[in-house]
Design a protein around this ligand. Structure first.
Ligand SMILES: Cc1cc2nc3c(=O)[nH]c(=O)nc-3n(C[C@H](O)[C@H](O)[C@H](O)COP(=O)(O)OP(=O)(O)OC[C@H]3O[C@@H](n4cnc5c(N)ncnc54)[C@H](O)[C@@H]3O)c2cc1C
Length: 444
């Protein structure tokens, strides 16, 4: 554990939160101006939050709705540019991992998205059309037949899918630890065990000391409720993961998955999965999506119902795993804004800023949003400082209990839509899912 803050000190920039966003912001700031004195204050330890608990998808998925971003600023061209920058950002992160010799087990395995009914397959075809319209080149997203899916991964009931070859996977713990060391090598000071109580213009205060700085940046994502100026602008949504015991070769002979592709299904209740290097299946999804009053669930214990629901998905998609045990389960929180789109803010007058709201797609986008934030801090207005998430303020979430009811109702609608589509062998997306998407503003 790194030393906590124990005195009042001064810096040029103070960053609150040592997850990917805080650490990438420090990294980019040092690239832009190596002379900057930067202090990072972390309540627990670097990587305690979602950055140390995620599934490691280094994906070019834009964190939010490309249409909404393009309306915020710059029009359609800006939305396409954001998508292209996300695709490039995957390469940039991989290059930094290699240059900094970070042990993050990075491989570009690609992502297979699988449809298990015709309605889902039709959605995937529209998704691919949308991706191409928003800047994907033809070889960056490819339709797979049912055979094309099963040649890669034998998923029960697969009727087809998509393959995104650009997507890479990393060990998130390895990346966050390596990044913390990389910024320390550049002179950044990280204080762990240092909970910030308030952020104001020019100062971040904790009980044991404060940091005076001309820029104070909040990088607390799903944990922002305690420290954000307006805590209703972002809420924590839970994501949970279960992982099986190592599976024997006989099981892998049935499932295949030799390319270790990242795998997701096209159901409305999203789940993501992978074959780990040590021969297990890891599967994540939402479970209990939201705790009343924006609770963050602390150390990441997972309730029984969530574990059971995630395990049942493994069994349904990979029946050969029946009878094999589950080794671990954990959860974390991701930050979601009211329109499910990321936002980067920096007010040069007060020096206060933040980057947040990746809605579960933060491994690549935290790198790029942190670049926007860092460039804004040093006064740039072009390049990545001008990406359309910069300066966009989202409206507040509703007060409780409407918030709890709304989020749970949306997930219920999605679960019901999955059930209805499966039961009726539907060819078209259920009306319930369309209502849920519109409620959340997810449709493009
Ligand atoms: C289970 C799970 C799986 C996921 N899988 C993926 C994936 O495969 N691909 C993907 O792109 N995204 C994924 N995500 C999302 C991704 O992990 C996050 O978007 C990303 O890590 C956010 O990084 P961050 O630095 O903004 O937030 P965090 O990593 O949550 O960091 C915030 C930090 O701020 C600290 N903090 C909070 N309050 C204070 C305070 N008052 N004072 C000081 N410090 C404070 C916290 O302790 C924490 O370390 C997943 C998320 C979860 C939970």
């Amino acid at each position: 554990m790194r030393a906590p803050l124990t005195a009042d000190i001064e810096a040029d920039v103070c960053i609150v939160g040592a997850g990917f966003t805080g650490l990438w912001t420090a990294f980019h700031l040092k690239e832009l101006d190596p002379s900057l004195r930067i202090v990072v204050l972390e309540r627990e330890f670097a990587g305690y939050g979602a950055s140390g608990r995620n599934a490691g998808w280094l994906s070019p998925l834009v964190p939010g709705n490309r249409r909404v971003f393009s309306r915020s600023s710059g029009g359609r061209e800006a939305g396409i540019h954001l998508q292209r920058r996300m695709l490039e950002a995957v390469d940039e992160v991989l290059e930094i991992i290699s240059a900094e010799q970070i042990e993050a087990a990075a491989i570009r395995s690609g992502n297979v998205v699988v449809a298990r009914n015709e309605a889902a397959m039709n959605r995937l075809r529209s998704r691919l059309e949308g991706d191409r319209a928003w800047g994907f080149r033809p070889d960056e997203g490819i339709e797979l037949s049912a055979e094309g899916v099963s040649e890669r991964i034998a998923v029960a009931g697969a009727v087809g899918g998509l393959f995104y070859p650009t997507v890479a996977r990393i060990d998130p713990g390895g990346l966050v630890r390596g990044l913390a060391e990389a910024v320390e090598r550049r002179g950044v000071v990280i204080h762990e065990g240092s909970p910030v109580e308030t952020i104001e213009a020019g100062i971040a205060r904790s009980a044991a000391g404060s940091v005076r700085a001309r820029a104070v940046l909040r990088c607390t994502e799903g944990y922002s409720v305690d420290v954000a100026r307006d805590p209703r602008r972002i809420i924590p949504i839970n994501s949970s993961i279960v992982i099986t015991d190592p599976l024997p070769e006989s099981v892998w002979a049935e499932i295949g998955w030799g390319g270790k592709e990242l795998f997701s299904d096209a159901a409305h209740v999203f789940s993501y999965s992978q074959r780990t290097d040590d021969g297990r299946i890891l599967l994540g999804g939402r479970g209990n999506p939201y705790r009343f009053g924006s609770g963050t669930g602390g150390d990441g214990r997972v309730d029984r119902a969530t574990v059971d629901s995630l395990v049942s998905r493994i069994r349904a998609m990979f029946p050969a795993t029946d009878g094999h045990g589950i080794a671990h389960a954990w959860s974390g929180v991701l930050g979601v804004t009211r329109d499910w789109c990321a936002s980067v803010m920096f007010d040069p007058g007060s020096g206060v800023g933040h980057a947040q709201g990746y809605a579960g797609h933060g491994v690549t986008s935290s790198y790029l949003a942190a670049k926007t934030l860092a460039e804004r801090v040093v006064g740039s207005r072009g390049g990545d400082a001008a990406l359309p998430w910069a300066g966009r303020q989202t409206r507040s979430w509703e007060p409780e209990p409407i918030r709890w009811l709304g989020v749970h109702a949306m997930y219920r609608l999605f679960a019901f839509a999955d059930w209805a589509e499966e039961r009726s062998h539907a060819r078209r997306t259920s009306l319930f899912a369309s209502i849920g998407s519109r409620l959340a503003g997810l449709h493009e």
